[in-house]
Design a protein around this ligand. Structure first.
Ligand SMILES: Cc1cc2nc3c(=O)[nH]c(=O)nc-3n(C[C@H](O)[C@H](O)[C@H](O)COP(=O)(O)OP(=O)(O)OC[C@H]3O[C@@H](n4cnc5c(N)ncnc54)[C@H](O)[C@@H]3O)c2cc1C
Length: 324
């Protein structure tokens, strides 16, 4: 991929009020603290700016990659040549009226959960401990307690590859378990309309507290990680249990490759012990997947996405590692 030149950068900066950074060290900003340099990260602050950027890229046949807070992404050690559009705090307005919330895609999810509690709206308590943006949550149909955010979604607005705006109702989002149409269609989610049920604030508060206490006792908190690495597959769950239990039974807790280690606290988490590279994490994922397949007959599917230098995002277990 050809690198953007200085005049390209000036044109792009004009389309997002100068909110761009060059040579961003992904090992300091991604949640896993892994990755090389990203050539350029653009941070638009409105749907119009997102559309204008997409239009510019489409005219030059350049495919940007969209990111939120990078809590579910593993970046290539060689960095990112594709331009990156980050939807985060510059687009994070929340408007609540009656039982409905209109929320921009860059809203921080735990903060949104708190605002819903303050408004006496229940139904999304399960998202209170999930780091990341609403756009990332919608793309992944994330959730906890066996729930997904899709249950609250009425409408998702996005910008398509050529810069046109799109509105989808919930059926058109093709939500499934940790899945949505946004994982494959190149659209950038800009805002979401969601519906909730009135509930006493004290009840919401108490449920959130229980969830947060439970999460902090089960999940590693001190070392960088990306949450659960593998998705729970219903057939495998019924047969041999959730991925964490299976991986633990196979003896992987504490197993290290380079700077990556299967968390001794929760076997479905891989932590960065300080100097992990993407290839260490990918090698651990491949070993776990292979051991699970040969012991249970089930294949694991990664929830975490691997971002290659050209900006393609694929499930991390599908990456073929080249021998060094
Ligand atoms: C400690 C920890 C605990 C976690 N616990 C949970 C949990 O309980 N449940 C759960 O579901 N997840 C969990 N996660 C994973 C992660 O937090 C969620 O998937 C989160 O919603 C991702 O949001 P993000 O902004 O970080 O997205 P990113 O990681 O930046 O991106 C994830 C995907 O979303 C896409 N994306 C991001 N923003 C947009 C947008 N505006 N438009 C279109 N596509 C977009 C990206 O292209 C990428 O494919 C956890 C992660 C950590 C680190």
């Amino acid at each position: 991929m050809d690198r953007l030149n200085d005049s390209d950068i000036i044109e792009l900066a004009a389309r997002c009020d100068g909110r761009l950074s060059r040579d961003v060290d992904l090992s300091t900003v991604s949640w896993w603290r892994i990755g090389g340099l990203a050539d350029v990260v653009l941070r638009p602050s409105s749907t119009e700016q997102v559309a204008s950027l997409c239009h510019w890229f489409a005219a030059r046949k350049i495919r940007p990659v969209v990111i939120g807070q990078m809590t579910n992404l593993l970046f290539d050690d060689a960095g990112l040549r594709a331009p990156c559009i980050q939807i985060s705090r510059n687009m994070s307005k929340v408007a609540i009226s009656d039982n409905t919330a209109w929320v921009e895609a860059g809203a921080w999810v735990p903060g949104l959960a708190r605002k819903l509690m303050q408004a006496g709206l229940g139904g999304a308590e399960h998202i209170c401990g999930i780091p990341g943006t609403l756009g990332g949550l919608i793309c992944m149909n994330g959730g906890s307690q066996r729930k997904g955010i899709a249950a609250n979604v009425c409408e998702v607005r996005s910008v398509g590859g050529s810069g046109h705006t799109i509105s989808r109702d919930v059926d058109e989002c093709e939500f499934g378990y940790r899945k949505s149409v946004f994982q494959t269609n190149d659209e950038i989610i800009t805002s979401v309309r969601m519906r909730f049920q009135p509930r006493h604030r004290a009840e919401i508060h108490s449920e959130m507290l229980t969830i947060l206490t439970d999460r902090s006792s089960k999940f590693p908190r001190k070392q960088p990680n990306c949450g659960s690495v593998f998705k729970s597959n219903p057939t495998m769950y019924a047969d041999v249990g959730p991925p964490g239990a299976v991986i633990e039974r196979l003896g992987f807790k504490g197993k290290r490759i380079g700077g990556a280690m299967v968390s001794p606290q929760h076997a479905n988490f891989i932590v960065n012990t300080g100097n992990a590279r993407a290839r260490d994490v990918l090698a651990l994922i491949a070993e776990i997947d292979e051991a699970t397949r040969s012991s249970t007959g089930h294949r694991l599917d990664a929830e975490v996405g691997f971002v290659s230098t050209d900006g393609r995002i694929v499930p991390a277990n599908t990456v073929q590692l080249e021998m060094p």
